[in-house]
Design a protein around this ligand. Structure first.
Ligand SMILES: [Zn+2]
Length: 200
């Protein structure tokens, strides 16, 4: 059941400290589990509602940028590193080869011009809490040769095909600040075909 405002948990950072307001643990009445065959008690349900506080740390810029229609990646600029110039998407705070902090780079235009489907999986049955439209077309996204990694995402308009050109779309209107704010559509999709709250 959707929670009312007083049942939600809110977090702010003030003077470098987390400040919590509201409810983060809600206990609800449990229910007995009866065995209808024997008429005997077999157990109880244990409803719990917990709000988890997920700190993004150095990856916060990635999620904040999605809400502004920008796809950020990171690049190793260490002269002494064999991987110098490699761009990482998904965003990596540190270079996995030299462990130095990467430079944050905007690859929105690169994604618009070069993103294509490397491979895909179509999922007809999802797990709990799924909010993606089914069947879910999971795609592995490949960019140009500067980007040395593959990004996992979802295709929401069009049919997946290996090598097909795709375009990123962003949930700029009421963003969730999660990876759900980034999805892809096949090249040639028009603005009117995009899911609600998404734009190019
Ligand atoms: Zn490096």
């Amino acid at each position: 059941m959707p929670k009312v405002e007083e049942e939600k948990g809110f977090v702010e950072i003030l003077n470098s400290r987390y400040k919590l307001r509201g409810l983060f643990h809600i206990i609800e009445a449990n229910q007995p589990i009866y065995n209808k065959d024997t008429g005997k008690l077999a157990g109880v349900t244990n409803p719990r509602d917990v709000t988890y506080i997920h700190s993004y740390g150095g990856e916060a810029i990635f999620f904040e940028s999605l809400s502004k229609g920008k796809l950020m990646a990171s690049r190793c600029d260490n002269e002494k590193c064999e991987s110098k110039g490699s761009i990482y998407e998904p965003f990596r705070i540190f270079c996995p080869d030299c462990l130095r902090k990467n430079t944050i780079v905007d690859i929105t235009e690169k994604a618009q011009k070069t993103a294509k489907i490397h491979s895909f999986i179509i999922t007809h049955r999802s797990g709990a809490f799924n909010i993606l439209p089914k069947p879910i077309k999971f795609i592995n996204v490949e960019f140009d040769e500067e980007v040395v990694t593959i990004l996992m995402s979802v295709l929401v308009v069009g049919e997946p095909e290996i090598g097909k050109r795709i375009i990123p779309i962003f949930r700029i209107k009421s963003p969730t600040y999660t990876i759900m704010d980034l999805m892809f559509v096949v090249k040639g999709t028009t603005e009117s075909e995009l899911p609600e709250k998404f734009s190019f």
